[in-house]
Design a protein around this ligand. Sequence first.
Ligand code: PAF
Length: 288
Amino acid sequence: MKGTSCEIAVLQHVDEMMTFSTKCRNENLSLGFVPTMGALHEGHLSLIAKAKTLCDVVICSIFVNPTQFNDPKDLLLYPRTEEADIALLKSAGCDVVFIPAVSAIYPEGQKVRNYDFGTLTSEWEGRFRPGHFNGVITVVKRLFEIVLPHKSFFGKKDFQQFSVIREWVTRAEIEVEIVGCETIRAFDGLALSSRNSRLSAEQATMALAFSKALLFIQENKQRNNVKSLLEKAKELFIEKEQIELQYFTIANSETLEPLEQITEANYQVVLIAGFIGGVRLIDELELN
Ligand code: PAF
């Protein structure tokens, strides 16, 4: 809480989380919420920092959501570093960390609803991770119902996730403001991700191809023909490395429809995803 101690409350039960949030709301305190799957890094901490500037109370959840993993191996290998996460959140000034059990989030079994927002949910991550956004929206909906936030903070590294959540909140008329926060990068340009901890040193160097390709597009966007820009960027960076590219596109940053030309009239985002070793990484860059 603003100007108070640096203690952090660790809550595990749905009712205690709801009681806390209801009490804060009754006292007219604004609640900022950062949902995470743990394995926290500077990217997450930047969300906490942003939430602290805009809200009276900051709540973070740590919940590795089984329904958003289409690959069971990915779920199994997802890094879990709860103690270190709590220590990081405490030093970042987060007020509450909510760490529910799977049975608390899914009391009636792991059922998800189907959400179809056209290109926003069907392309890019939607194509390569079928059902992923159904799991994401289902868990965020449940967490919002428990945490009762006024604002919720999402990293734009997962640009499509941010866009999908924003669309869902608008369509469902949910009274939570979705705040998108900039991608945080290491000194060498690598976008911070919990999955980076699974990369060997050699793979981490290879992964720089993603941020280099994005930067190349940024620096050459006046060439404006999307197909040739993407091909050149691939040839210069991606094809040199052992990367299994899944998608690389320049899309309208509102609709995520792929673009053929970059013009003044549209806002663009470059989206990229692929495997390096067995590790799947994604990155993004907004061009304007
Ligand atoms: O971005 C993530 O870590 C997850 O997709 C989220 C939003 C916490 C939902 O499980």
